[in-house]
Design a protein around this ligand. Structure first.
Ligand code: SF4
Length: 362
């Protein structure tokens, strides 16, 4: 194992400041290192990271991590995106300090060699404190994501998170003081959650002004406590339709506040798609696409409703990158609009002068 004495130092600042970070619109190329349930104080009601990450191995050695990073870098090819080495699937700052330092040291060598631009990790709000942030200060950590899940203390209590919304506020304030990019992850459809509490959570998260958010629907994962509650009839997951509709409204709120939503829905996986790990709940491999398609469908309905002409030939202009969103999954939006408005010919016209989140009707 590398020792601290041999660890490269980077000064007190991440080499690329937070202000420089958004210089490219390209998504970062993420090298994910999964540490399922590592550093967790207990298992939260809804969680089964081994099912989510598809990996059961715990605490890989720094040299195993080095091999994984080297392997992933081969896929980067000539992409010029930022490269971030990401530790996901557990509670990073809940790990033992020596292990945290060993992992960060290993990842940092790739930053020092110019093969990566930074490190990110996901951790619980109640693991953010001054002492731990001082400990990671010498390493090139760019982004820290917090599993907020909800800003409703009753919901947090029911799902046995073991922290409160106040912990999240304190954590975000500390991360801001240290100039990290902050990502906040929330869930919808948790036990005790409702459309109202989800909206209240979004308002509180927006007030914290994170750099980005992720929204995850609650699904019932096998071997979670939630699965037992579901089997006993103590928990009923949201339907896919109502979840898409709720997340659409949450997304629109964040968008109006200029807060990027970088993911909606769980990352698709073969196990999820085969139903091997999900017992019930609003899982869809293209959940985010469903949300965007619903937004475009709503816009098209309003625009067609408002038109003066009753012509049964309608053209919808959208940016080329929004074609799949207006069409919907398997052209579902097109079929819906034709039927609802008795349209004989519905043309979708790509128009690069349109904003990507806009449409116009002719
Ligand atoms: S939700 Fe986070 S803290 Fe809770 S068990 Fe899962 S990984 Fe650990």
């Amino acid at each position: 194992m590398r020792t601290d004495a041999g660890r490269p130092t980077f000064g007190n600042q991440y080499p690329m400041s937070k202000m420089q970070y958004p210089a490219t619109n390209r998504r970062p190329f993420i090298i994910p290192i999964f540490l399922p349930h590592s550093g967790c104080p207990h298992q939260c009601v809804f969680c089964n990271q081994r099912a989510i990450t598809g990996t059961s191995r715990k605490n890989p050695s720094p040299s195993a991590i080095r091999s994984q990073i080297v392997e992933f870098l081969k896929y980067r090819g000539n992409l010029r995106n930022l490269v971030e080495i990401a530790f996901f699937g557990g509670n990073f700052l809940g790990l033992k300090m020596d292990y945290i330092k060993a992992l960060l040291s290993e990842a940092a060598t790739f930053v020092q060699a110019g093969q990566a631009d930074g490190i990110r990790f996901c951790t619980r709000p109640d693991t953010i404190d001054y002492r731990r942030l001082e400990m990671i200060k010498p390493y090139p950590v760019s982004t820290i994501e917090l599993g907020v899940q909800s800003m409703d203390d009753h919901v947090l209590d029911l799902v046995m998170r073991g922290h409160t919304s106040a912990d999240t506020k304190v954590a975000v304030a500390l991360l801001k003081q240290h100039n990290y990019r902050i990502g906040l992850q929330m869930m919808v459809g948790l036990p005790g959650d409702s459309d109202e509490t989800a909206h209240a959570t979004v308002v509180k998260i927006s007030n914290l002004q994170p750099d980005f958010v992720r929204i995850y629907p609650t699904v019932v994962l096998k071997n979670s406590l939630l699965a037992k509650w579901y089997q006993k009839g103590k928990y009923l997951p949201m339907s896919l339709e109502s979840c898409v509709s709720l997340v659409k409204n949450l997304f629109l709120y964040f968008r109006a506040k200029n807060i990027p939503v970088i993911r909606m829905g769980l990352q698709a996986s073969e196990d999820f798609d085969k139903g091997a790990t999900i017992m019930a709940g609003p899982y869809h491999p293209a959940f985010g696409h469903l949300v965007h398609s619903k937004i475009f469908l709503d816009m098209a309905i309003s625009a067609i409703d408002a038109r003066i002409s009753t012509d049964d030939i309608v053209s919808i202009n959208v940016h080329p990158r929004s074609l799949s969103k207006i069409k919907g999954l398997k052209n579902g939006n097109i079929d819906f609009l034709k039927k609802r408005f008795k349209i004989r010919h519905l043309k979708i016209i790509p128009d690069s002068s349109m904003g990507e989140d806009k449409l116009s009707i002719e």
